[in-house]
Design a protein around this ligand. Structure first.
Ligand SMILES: [Zn+2]
Ligand SMILES: [Zn+2]
Length: 235
């Protein structure tokens, strides 16, 4: 046990029990994703592949979500959003079973032309002013751990968030929502040795999906052929 665990003991994010961020009891309440959804219409989709009818040239190709965004997972992700707790990110990633990671990798190796090196892992960036305010990007801290486990290189130099947005859930009007997500992301010029057969976009939560779709759109307009989304949870 290290000194920090004595000074600031880990408490379960859900019930407060001392020991771990996810205690044994609360772990059992976690709902894993059994059916993946289409990242456009949110209906069930085989392996999370975007339905052909939901797809245009620049649409995200699919989505993998590990958990339902409720109860224990929701509390954990909310805590992580406002306080950077390194050990918590580790426990979070450890909740994901090895088998679901393996099937994910299999899915990608089937799609990639070469090996894992040709897959890029890009966490959804925050707007710089927001990141400065918070001190860290929760998608990035989780993404670093997950990418390492998947053995895929993480890139934070390609996708930039250049416009601040109003949370989509607060906007009812479809037209306004679309306008809100216009030109949010900028894709840096890709180096010529970046072949980019597949980009994996990673975010903590999928709510309306607008952010992931906008980021995928920006990447595809710059010539990326395949963009897949991975999220910890969908709500
Ligand atoms: Zn608990
Ligand atoms: Zn669909």
């Amino acid at each position: 046990m290290n000194i920090l665990d004595i000074l600031f003991p880990r408490r379960c994010v859900s019930c407060g029990k001392i020991g771990k961020y996810f205690c044994k009891n609360c772990r059992m309440k976690i709902r894993f994703t059994t059916h993946q959804i289409c990242p456009v219409c949110e209906g069930w989709a085989i392996d999370g592949m975007t339905h052909p009818k939901c797809k245009t040239k620049y649409t995200i190709d699919g989505l993998t979500s590990f958990f339902h965004y409720d109860a224990v997972i929701k509390k954990g992700l909310k805590l992580l959003k406002y306080r950077f707790v390194s050990d918590l990110t580790e426990e979070f990633i450890d909740l994901i079973s090895l088998s679901s990671l393996q099937s994910l990798l299999q899915q990608f190796s089937g799609q990639a032309t070469t090996n894992n090196q040709s897959t890029m892992f890009i966490p959804i960036p925050l707007h710089p002013s927001r990141q400065k305010f918070r001190g860290f990007n929760q998608a990035e801290v989780l993404g670093i751990k997950l990418a390492k486990k998947l053995n895929i290189s993480i890139r934070t130099d390609i996708l930039k968030r250049v416009k601040k947005t109003i949370p989509q859930v607060e906007m009812q009007d479809r037209e306004k929502r679309l306008k809100n997500m216009e030109n949010v992301f900028l894709v840096n010029q890709l180096a010529t040795n970046d072949q980019l057969p597949i980009v994996i976009l990673f975010d903590d939560v999928f709510t309306t999906g607008a952010t992931l779709r906008a980021a995928a759109n920006a990447l595809k307009r710059k010539g990326v052929k395949k963009v897949w989304g991975i999220v910890m949870a969908h709500g």
